[in-house]
Every structure is written in structure tokens, then in C-alpha cells.
Design a binder for this molecule. Structure first.
Ligand code: ZN
Length: 256
């Protein structure tokens, strides 16, 4: 009898060819080793989790550095795009780069229009972040867009209902947990930080991984802290703990 396969979705943001203290940057050489590991795990015929790769925000390094590494290993990833930043914000992809990414067989989803936390949006704001973002991506790329990821991972029942109404069949969150059903309406993800070692990452994929249940527990504690402290105080604390760079305004809303 075949064992059911659980998947562990991983979340990346930015790659750099040089080391960085910023926790949301992964060095290219480390990313390459991680993709070698994931390529092996995806083909593996053994119990344990299968990795899936996702990127949030649409940083230019996704196209320039990550794409060739993924293509050479035949790995298909998801790229969730902050639509209002495309071709507008320095350091982020433009439409022709995004089209090349899509034409290379990579999967594209939405990540809002302005990267505002959706829980802070009124109905008109939600329309822009969800509906206009989807329609613009569809028009520019000539494909249907049915997946999105939540800026800063923030959501509640109202947001999930608005996502469904806006035409998204799947919403990717920042809750690190194994996923038994790749077609589920919400998909949790584990954020890969720049300071994680290859051994530490490999541990997460072992059957019954204690490292993974530790991260699930840590996430629940952080979610409780957000509720108690409120988003503004939490964001300040987060920036301090993650060595946020002063010029990187995506950082505050990355906040996991
Ligand atoms: Zn983001």
C-alpha cells in the first residue's frame, strides 16, 4: 500500500551572491545546495515530507539568481507577486521579466497590490489588493491566476472569504505545517531564513521531525504575541530581531 505524501511548502524572498545579516536574504550558494537537497527529496521513494518552493514579493533576484538554479534542476516553484511594485519599485521584477518567468514554466500567483496587510484594508482596499491585482496579472501574463499569498501572513475569516470571492482557489499562509492535500484551500508555509544551515533544513524533512514541530510551536507563540502587542509594536520588535535594513520597506510587512 502506498503511503500518503505530505508536502512542506517553503517560503523564500530574496537571494544575494554575498552574505547578508538580513534574515530574509538567502545566499545564492546556500540556495543552490538547498535546491540540490530538494531535488533529491522530490524524487525520493521513502517516507518523509516532500518539499515545494515558493517566493513572495517579486524581487529581481528571483528572476536573475533563483530561476537558472531552479531550471537546471527541473524544479517548479510558485512566485507570488506584489503587483503594484512590478516595473515600479527598484529591485523588483518588471513585466517582461515576469513574463519570462512564466514562460519558463514557473507558476505565478498574486501577493496583493501594495503589500499592505490585508487585515488593515477596508472593502475598497481589499478590492484593489485582491481583485485588481489578479486581473492585472491575468491581463499582463495572459494566464489565469488562482493562487495568492498573504502579505505578512496576516488573515482572518473576512480576508479568507474575500480571497475566495475575488477568485482565488488557494491562499498560501505563513503557518509552518505539513500539507496532506496539494489542492487544499489554504496552504501553510515555512519561512527559510538566511541563517538556517543545510543540516537544519534537511532535519525538517525527516519523518516525525522534532525540528518541524518546534517551528510550529514557535509560530503559535508568535501569533499570540501579534494579537497581544498589536501589529505596530510587533513590527518594531520584528525589525529589531531580524536586523531589518533601514532602506527595505518590504521588511516590516514580511513580518512572519
Ligand atoms: Zn511579502
Amino acid at each position: 500500500m502506498t503511503q500518503p505524501i505530505n508536502r512542506l511548502y517553503l517560503l523564500y524572498h530574496e537571494l544575494r551572491t554575498t552574505p547578508s545579516d538580513y534574515s530574509y536574504v538567502v545566499e545564492t550558494a546556500a540556495f543552490e545546495k538547498q535546491m540540490d537537497l530538494f531535488h533529491q527529496l522530490q524524487k525520493a521513494d521513502a517516507p518523509g515530507l516532500r518539499p515545494e518552493i515558493t517566493f513572495d514579493d517579486g524581487h529581481i533576484s528571483n528572476f536573475e539568481l533563483a530561476l537558472p538554479i531552479l531550471q537546471s534542476r527541473a524544479i517548479k516553484a510558485w512566485f507570488f507577486i506584489t503587483v503594484g511594485w512590478t516595473g515600479q519599485k527598484p529591485g523588483y521584477m518588471d513585466w517582461s521579466e515576469l513574463r519570462s518567468l512564466h514562460q519558463a514554466g514557473q507558476q505565478i500567483g498574486a501577493h496583493g497590490w501594495t503589500h499592505t496587510l490585508l487585515t488593515h484594508c477596508n472593502d475598497a482596499g481589499l478590492h484593489r489588493e485582491l481583485v485588481e491585482a489578479r486581473l492585472t496579472l491575468e491581463e499582463k501574463l495572459g494566464t489565469s491566476i488562482t493562487t495568492m499569498s498573504l502579505p505578512g501572513g496576516r488573515s482572518n475569516q473576512r480576508i479568507l472569504a474575500a480571497c475566495r470571492k475575488a477568485g482565488y482557489e488557494q491562499v498560501f499562509t505563513s503557518v509552518p505545517k505539513p500539507e496532506p492535500d496539494p489542492a487544499a484551500s489554504t496552504i501553510g508555509r515555512l519561512n527559510i531564513r538566511g541563517d538556517m544551515t543545510l543540516e537544519g533544513i534537511a532535519d525538517l524533512f525527516q519523518p516525525g521531525s522534532k525540528a518541524l514541530s518546534g517551528m510550529e510551536r514557535q509560530h503559535r507563540i508568535k501569533a499570540a504575541a501579534k494579537t497581544m502587542l498589536g501589529d505596530r509594536i510587533y513590527a518594531k520588535l520584528w525589525a529589531l530581531l531580524n536586523r531589518q535594513e533601514p532602506d527595505n520597506d518590504a521588511g516590516e510587512s514580511y513580518g512572519q
